[in-house]
Ligand binder design. Structure first.
Ligand code: ADP
Length: 408
């Protein structure tokens, strides 16, 4: 024991020359030697630790664990045993905990067992670790923030690209529509000029000829030319009515009037007019079952639609053909069928027949505007009805129109 006396020069010489703390503990866990570094580390005065239990330097939470460790150490072979990395800490006199790295070296002297403990203060390293950890955390935070900012910017950019693409598409659409409109205008103007030119020159010729037949014998011929004039004027009138209808329909200005009217009266008028334009040998088979029938619908539209369908049947059929005009009445619906033995509609064109200005390729040499069916379809649908057809080229067509009835 003398070797650890406070005045022992050998111990002092050896222990004070190194930078680590040194503690020597006996089997009773009493501190029997402590160098200056140890005293400083734990905040004790010189020699104050001597004779104290080692446990005063161990935080209470670790004491139990340390006790077990100490018991094991005395039975181990002599040699330094590192307690590095075990998250050790010592207890400073002021109650603060100090992170430590400890090396244990058991030895025997004069029949007694001791443990020499080399103590390294890790406070500075821990402090650095903490700083590094802190810096890392801040860096990670910054990276997260920047990544988020980047994501947000990418999202904004994507939205912007999408917005611009949509705007571009809109402009393209508008341009396309503008082009189509221009095409339509051109088509429309040439159509109008063409459609008006023929009847007008017909009227001019007929009127000139009428003037030439000034004798009584020429009455028959005069009447024939007058009939031509009336027919052509009617045609012009129909075309103009169609154009006006388009405008009214498009602006939603069309007004429908549902009222009771005599079905046979309207059908008679329509057939009477149609008879005027029949070709040689053409015949319209009058519907059988409509006498005394009063229906509630828009009389003007029914007349307009039937006129249109009948005129087409006549126009697109040759001489010596028949046109069947049939009517089916049920409690809440009236159905008209107009069947001809005409040129029919080529299959490829059938899906476009109700498109405005559309004309099938087999009628291009016959006069027409491609407006009539488009207009009557709009009217019929506005009234809650429908129109459809079946057709075979060179055999004939049958157009069917259905209209709802409020009451019969
Ligand atoms: P338009 O007769 O003035 O050309 P419509 O709108 O009345 O215009 O008809 C559109 C097109 O439908 C016609 O150009 C023609 O090709 C076709 N069509 C209509 N009715 C008949 C029919 N009864 N037989 C053959 N084709 C028809």
């Amino acid at each position: 024991m003398r070797v650890f006396d406070k005045n022992s020069n050998i111990f002092r010489l050896l222990s004070e020359s190194i930078s680590q703390g040194i503690l020597v503990v006996n089997e009773q866990q009493e501190i029997v030697a402590s160098n200056q570094r140890s005293d400083q580390l734990f905040g004790y005065d010189k020699d104050e630790l001597l004779g104290q239990q080692l446990s005063i330097l161990i935080p209470s939470a670790q004491r139990e664990k340390h006790k077990k460790l100490a018991e094991d150490v005395y039975w181990e072979d002599i040699g330094i045993r590192e307690m590095k990395g075990r998250n050790l800490s010592g207890l400073h006199k002021n109650g603060e905990q100090i992170p430590l790295q400890v090396g244990l070296s058991p030895f025997s002297l004069y029949g007694n067992k001791y443990v020499l403990t080399l103590i390294e203060d890790l406070s500075e390293i821990k402090e650095k670790d903490n700083q590094i950890y802190e810096l890392n955390t801040q860096l990670e935070k910054k990276i997260r923030l920047r990544t988020q900012e980047l994501r947000d910017t990418v999202a904004i950019l994507k939205r912007e690209v999408k917005r611009r693409k949509e705007a571009e598409d809109k402009i393209k659409d508008a341009l396309q529509r503008e082009r189509e409109l221009n095409d339509l205008k051109t088509k429309f103007l040439s159509l109008v000029s063409h459609e008006f030119k023929t009847p007008l020159s017909g009227i001019l010729t007929a009127a000139t000829l009428v003037g030439k037949y000034n004798t009584e014998e020429g009455q028959g011929k005069r009447e024939k030319h007058l009939k031509t004039i009336i027919g052509e004027v009617r045609r012009l009138n129909t075309i103009l009515t169609d154009f006006l209808s388009i405008e009214r329909l498009e602006q939603g200005k069309e007004v429908y009037r549902l009222a009771d009217f005599s079905l046979s009266k309207v059908v008679n008028e329509v057939i009477y007019d149609a008879n005027m334009i029949l070709k040689d040998g053409q015949k319209i088979n009058y519907p059988q079952n409509i006498d005394d029938t009063i229906i509630n619908q828009d009389e003007r539209i029914v007349g307009l639609a039937l006129t249109n369908l009948l005129h087409n049947a006549i126009k697109y059929s040759s001489e010596d053909t028949e046109i069947d005009f049939r009517v089916n009445l049920s409690e809440n619906k009236i159905t008209f069928h107009i069947k001809d033995q005409g040129i029919g509609i080529p299959e490829a064109d059938q899906k476009h027949i109700f498109d405005r200005y559309f004309r099938a390729e087999n009628v291009l040499l016959t006069q027409g505007t491609g407006i009539g069916l488009n207009i009557i379809k709009a009217h019929i649908e506005n009234l809650g009805g429908s129109i459809y057809f079946k057709s075979k080229e060179n055999t004939g067509s049958v157009f069917t129109m259905e209209l709802p009835l409020a009451r019969t």
